[in-house]
Design a binder for this molecule. Structure first.
Ligand SMILES: NC(=O)c1ccc[n+]([C@@H]2O[C@H](COP(=O)([O-])OP(=O)(O)OC[C@H]3O[C@@H](n4cnc5c(N)ncnc54)[C@H](OP(=O)(O)O)[C@@H]3O)[C@@H](O)[C@H]2O)c1
Length: 313
């Protein structure tokens, strides 16, 4: 888990920072390991004991309570299952620790709304939240492949960006909107998982029809590349609210295509759940009078109030 110190990244004793890491799941362990590998002085705490042996062997100081781990700390990194867990750990610490002036770099994934609430909860203890979203797996931490998004007070980011460089790869500061990193995280993961859902149903169909996956895969790659190529133009249309449909791409033509696709899946003995969700959106947009608009107009049909979940047949 802890790679040998890279002389390029290693911090000398004069610039080493004392930092606490709260949470030793797969990601917390990787973060603590990268901080140690970069030469920082790392204090660690985890709710369940027994996950710290490797880190302690590499020089981490193990705390036995949140209060001990956070008392008087200037900067800490939290990486827990969700922001309720982070708030609960801070509450536990607040009884016996001086938390005033702490900058908490919270790399826990949660919703934009929950992130704003956490920022307010932490402020009551004199803690500044710098929120972060890690867009790469634990194995990437400490390598050039890491991608982390940050949001919150620019002063907190500027104060700690050198420390955060220990995680490697690319860091992106999105600005002072506390929920920006959490919003990007949810948006990008929804893009990722709906793409994977599309891929799984494509594979299911080819297998149901007895076709070879290896032969199909290059065509799936080409189709994914088409989406990637279209993306900047669609983003420009979305930003400019340019919804004019072309002959071949309207919400009505998408509805017709989805009818055909759902029927094909059914005839192959497969469920149509993923396609049904898209049909629900498309039917609501057509019902609202947007049938001749471009499919990017669907972006206006995600409001829960406007959505009639019963319309899909
Ligand atoms: N793993 C990845 O590759 C990856 C990639 C990107 C982002 N992330 C994000 O990183 C965060 C951490 O992920 P993870 O993979 O390390 O594991 P995880 O299973 O999401 O979180 C495990 C950590 O949360 C702690 N925890 C859970 N409930 C708690 C509570 N009520 N009070 C105190 N601690 C609590 C666990 O402590 P115990 O050991 O005591 O259970 C453990 O330290 C998540 O938000 C995840 O979405 C992870």
């Amino acid at each position: 888990m802890i790679s040998p110190r890279d002389p390029q990244r290693a911090t000398d004793a004069a610039t080493a920072t004392t930092v606490t890491v709260i949470g030793l799941g797969p990601m917390g362990r990787a973060l603590a390991g990268a901080l140690l590998a970069a030469g920082h002085r790392v204090t660690i705490w985890n709710r369940t004991p027994g996950k710290a042996d490797d880190l302690v062997a590499h020089g981490a100081h193990l705390s036995h309570s949140p209060a001990e781990a956070l008392d008087g700390a200037r900067v800490a990194v939290s990486c827990l299952v969700d922001d309720d867990a982070v708030a609960s750990v801070v509450e536990q610490a607040s009884g016996g620790a001086n938390l005033k002036g702490l900058a908490l770099v919270n790399l826990t994934a949660d919703s934009p709304a929950r992130t704003r609430v956490l920022a307010d909860q932490l402020a009551t203890h004199g803690i500044t939240l710098l929120d972060g979203a890690i867009m790469t797996p634990a194995a990437a931490i400490g390598t050039g492949a890491t991608r982390i998004l940050y949001a919150g007070p620019s002063q907190a980011y500027d104060d700690h960006r050198d420390l955060l460089a220990a995680f490697g790869g690319s860091a992106y500061y999105l600005g002072e909107d506390m929920a920006a990193a959490a919003t990007y995280d949810v948006a990008l993961l929804s893009l990722f998982w709906t793409s994977i859902a599309g891929l799984t149903q494509a594979f299911a169909l080819t297998r149901a029809e007895g076709l070879d996956t290896d032969e199909f895969t290059p065509h799936a790659v080409a189709m994914s590349k088409l989406v990637t190529d279209l993306l900047p133009g669609l983003a420009a249309d979305f930003a400019a609210e340019r919804y004019c449909g072309s002959d071949s791409a309207t919400i009505d033509s998408l509805a017709a295509s989805l009818t055909h696709l759902r029927s094909a899946f059914s005839h192959s003995g497969l469920t149509t759940g993923v396609l049904d969700s898209i049909s629900s959106l498309v039917d609501n947009a057509a019902h609202a009078g947007h049938g001749s608009d471009a499919p990017i107009r669907l972006t206006e049909h995600f409001s829960r109030q406007d959505h009639d979940f019963s319309r899909v047949q």
